[in-house]
Design a protein around this ligand. Sequence first.
Ligand code: PLP
Length: 374
Amino acid sequence: MPVSQAQRVLPFFNYSHFFQSQEEELVSIFKDVGRRGAFILQSDVRQFESSLAAYTGARYAIGVANGTDALIIALRAAGIGPGDEVIFSSHTYVATAASIFFAGATPVAADCMADHMLDPDSVREKITQKTRAIMPTQLNGRTCNMDALRAIADEHNLLIIEDAAQGLGSRFKGKMAGTFGIAGTISFYPAKTLGCLGDGGAILTNDDQMYAKMCLLRDHGRNEKGDIVAWGLNSRLDNLQAAFLDAQMRRFPKVVLRRREMASQYQALLGENARLTLPPAPEENTDHYDAYQNYEIEADNRDALREYLKANGIGTLIQWGGKAVHQIPQLNVKASLPVTDRIFDRCLMVPFNMSMTDDDIHYVCDHIQAFYRA
Ligand SMILES: *Cc1c(COP(=O)(O)O)cnc(C)c1O
């Protein structure tokens, strides 16, 4: 396709697309929930929790207010607090480290590998007498090598709590992100692969005791009878959002397939370009089944590429505002992480969402190729 084709406007993410593409159904859900007056912890939350548990294969799913609360609640329920250290990948959202901080523990940053996922060797180097848990981020819709992390956790008697905010639908050796440790968390922020119309989150667990504690923590410490039996927070998934999400859940397997197809298209159109490093292709390593929450490339001359794409109507994003957690001086999470540093000089997310057509992907790739030819 010639690059001279008519200019398009391709925002990095189209926030109104989800609503507009399903407006009628969403409005009817809103009316139904509203007419029932079913706003807080009603049947729609339970229904969505059971859909999510069935999809992931987790014994339990608990809807909470957002993905960050999910992490804090999981850490607190696991008994992690002051004096404890938790190892996380610095290539993650600040929320991962913040949840460790707000649980009262110390976040310890580790490096990632060429595929941007937490490096088990780096985790090993960070272990001290105080380490209690590993918190891998299932980044960009990919699940870490959980065999390697499990081996380290077992050897050192550590818990695994997954930040699977971006991981829903991805698998390692057939097992779903969020189901490997004592708990795993999901975010339903609108731009996530399963997004709602506001904030939302969930925690997955197979552990009966964790489940019971986390149910109390999300709802003021109230048990099923409404008696207060522990300290708790208010971090409930809105019943209305749960109703929207349950409708989305039915389409979700198709969403994952479409995202894998889009990744294959990017791979076919950009794979030969030596100035770029692409994410692993869908069929590259059969241990991994990726859901492609994001398509995060590494690019030579990244900032100029970004400007060039912007001038052609193509929105891009450098993840986390351009800084890994250990690179944010005010947070004082110091570490020497050469691979993460190198990635943050080059990483860029290209438009990758359900509002895009195959033609749009060609448009983006044509312009990337034109930039390097010039
Ligand atoms: C989105 C995200 C979160 C936070 O989720 P919220 O629902 O916005 O609180 C945490 N970790 C990662 C890796 C994320 O991408």
